[in-house]
Design a protein around this ligand. Structure first.
Ligand code: TYD
Length: 148
């Protein structure tokens, strides 16, 4: 889908000893497609709560559920998709103009987020109708440019 997608990180383990566990390295500039300026994590979310409910105008993010499981629903001008994140070696890249809703957090879920910019409330669109209007204006304009 447009402007989002799964990233599969390395999972270093021991073939001879499964109990040894796994190590997932993430090098900024290599595995992450932007310069990371901020990280935060979301945890202790009850299973009836829906978080997110916003889009960003410029921010790029990678979401990694490092423990437990969470569903991330993304909607943008071109489509909609729900990703279940339940593997610490998988990240979900979410670019600008994606309306996101995170739900079905398991009790033990820890959602780790890498972000391309420092926190800026002005970059958020928190109203769904405004998100639709903003996206329609932006991408209809792009379509017109492409047709020339
Ligand atoms: P918000 O991004 O709305 O969280 P979610 O989409 O997961 O529900 O942020 C919740 C609150 O935390 C909001 O008051 C802004 C604040 N916040 C920061 O101060 N710094 C940050 O880096 C983030 C992500 C949020």
């Amino acid at each position: 889908m447009y402007n989002c997608g799964l990233l599969r990180f390395r999972k270093i383990g021991s073939v001879s000893n499964e109990q040894f566990g796994y190590l997932t390295p993430i090098e900024f500039g290599a595995e992450i497609p932007f310069d990371v300026k901020r990280l935060y994590y979301i945890y202790n979310v009850a299973d009836d709560q829906i978080r997110g409910k916003h889009s960003h105008k410029k921010l790029h993010q990678v979401l990694i559920c490092v423990h437990g499981s969470v569903d991330v629903n993304l909607k943008n001008y071109f489509g909609e998709e729900t990703y279940t994140l339940d593997d610490p070696s998988v990240g979900l890249y979410v670019g600008p103009d994606n309306w996101r809703e995170m739900s079905n957090f398991t009790d033990d879920a820890v959602l780790f987020v890498l972000a391309s910019e420092k926190y800026d409330e002005d970059d958020y669109i928190r109203d769904y109708d405004s998100f639709i209007n903003y996206s329609e204006k932006k991408y209809q304009l792009k379509k017109k440019t492409l047709k020339k």
